[in-house]
Design a protein around this ligand. Structure first.
Ligand code: FAD
Length: 318
């Protein structure tokens, strides 16, 4: 079922989560180990992230450097299909990014998803690869997520890149996009970011999933600002539970977010990562309960490969 239809028919806050494909060389069982403990809480959908290639330099004995392109976490399409058919009551939402794809390759990926019976996509631009400062689209690829959304919306109308293509069919994708309560790192301010968020909705996206935040006020203010901008679609809060002491320094750098003073103080009192893990769970439970009271459509958790904390949070909240 399309995510928007799930949201429209729900009479209470739903539960969903995001998974990372396993690292290259690992197998699908690590994915099942993350999903299995959460299945009894009836997740409505599971997102599967997509990771662009990275360029690495391998040093040879001669001192020469060899440039190699690798994908550390391949397999989003295959993993999405495996989840769909192993857990038939759960919808799967593969992420599709602009980075590394030409428009033709995007079309092929969408045709594959359609053949696999997958009706949901989270459309994203993707970040610049680790060793590059700025995002560079492929030649004849999408520079921003709004045109990727438009391409998917066109396929839903039976419009393909090659207008002369025969035997085309209308796809039925429900497209979600990313939103940033504390603004996207490249945006000069929130107003600018909201302008382009609206462009993604106008192009055909039907809901938003937010970047993680640890202070619910940031989410409440964001929803209000979106509504003022005329963005009326459901806004799903994305939540991450702090899992290690180091994360209070790493997450702000990677995701351009603030961590509230109270949470930082609690984590700084921890002497082990186990204590920080428990502190993260307690914070997330309180955050989730307040968001449910506010009436959010879904609580969406970023697992980052660990589900034990999410299990404890969801058990306390739902
Ligand atoms: P866009 O919406 O394209 O926005 C990027 C920046 O450009 C913003 O600053 C925006 O304001 C600006 N902008 C947008 N459109 C225009 C325009 N037309 N002209 C000028 N400026 C414009 N990354 C991955 O690689 N894989 C994943 O699986 C993944 N999953 C994610 C899931 C969630 C819920 C979130 C919140 C993020 C995820 N990301 C993922 C990270 C995301 O790809 C990055 O944050 C990326 O830098 C921006 O993606 P976007 O789709 O928001 O980009």
């Amino acid at each position: 079922m399309r995510v928007i239809d799930l949201l429209n028919k729900a009479d209470k806050t739903l539960f969903s989560f995001e998974l990372l494909p396993p690292l290259r060389g690992h197998n699908i069982s690590s994915i099942y180990r993350t999903i299995d403990p959460l299945i009894e809480f009836h997740p409505s959908f599971i997102n599967v992230t997509y990771h662009q290639e990275e360029v690495i330099y391998k040093k040879h004995e001669t001192g020469l450097l060899e440039k190699k392109t690798i994908r550390k976490r391949p397999g989003t399409v295959a993993i999405s299909a495996a989840i769909k058919y192993k857990y038939p009551t759960v919808e799967v939402v593969p992420h599709l990014i602009c980075g590394g794809f030409t428009k033709e390759e995007t079309e092929y990926a969408l045709i594959d998803f359609h053949y696999l019976g997958i009706d949901n996509i989270l459309a994203l631009r993707g970040d610049a690869p680790k060793n590059q400062r700025t995002f560079t689209p492929e030649k004849n690829g999408h520079a921003y997520a709004n045109t990727l959304v438009a391409q998917i919306a066109n396929m839903n109308k039976g419009k393909y890149l090659d207008e002369d293509m025969l035997n085309t069919f209308n796809t039925n994708f429900c497209v979600g996009v990313a939103g940033y309560p504390e603004k996207h790192i490249e945006s000069p301010n929130l107003a600018y970011d909201l302008h382009y968020l609206k462009a993604k909705i106008d192009a055909g996206a039907e809901y938003i999933i937010t970047q993680m935040f640890f202070d619910n006020k940031k989410y409440f203010n964001f929803v209000e600002a979106c509504r003022k901008e005329g963005i009326m679609v459901p806004i799903i809060p994305g939540l991450k539970s702090i899992a290690t002491i180091k994360e209070i320094n790493i997450l702000p750098q990677v995701f351009n977010i603030d961590i509230p003073e109270d949470l930082v103080r609690e984590v700084m009192k921890c002497t082990t990562n186990e204590e920080a893990f428990r502190t993260g769970i307690e914070w997330s439970i309180a955050q989730s309960k307040e968001l449910i009271k506010y009436g959010v459509p879904v609580l969406h958790y970023f697992t980052v490969g660990v589900s034990d904390n999410i299990r404890q949070i969801v058990k306390a909240v739902f």
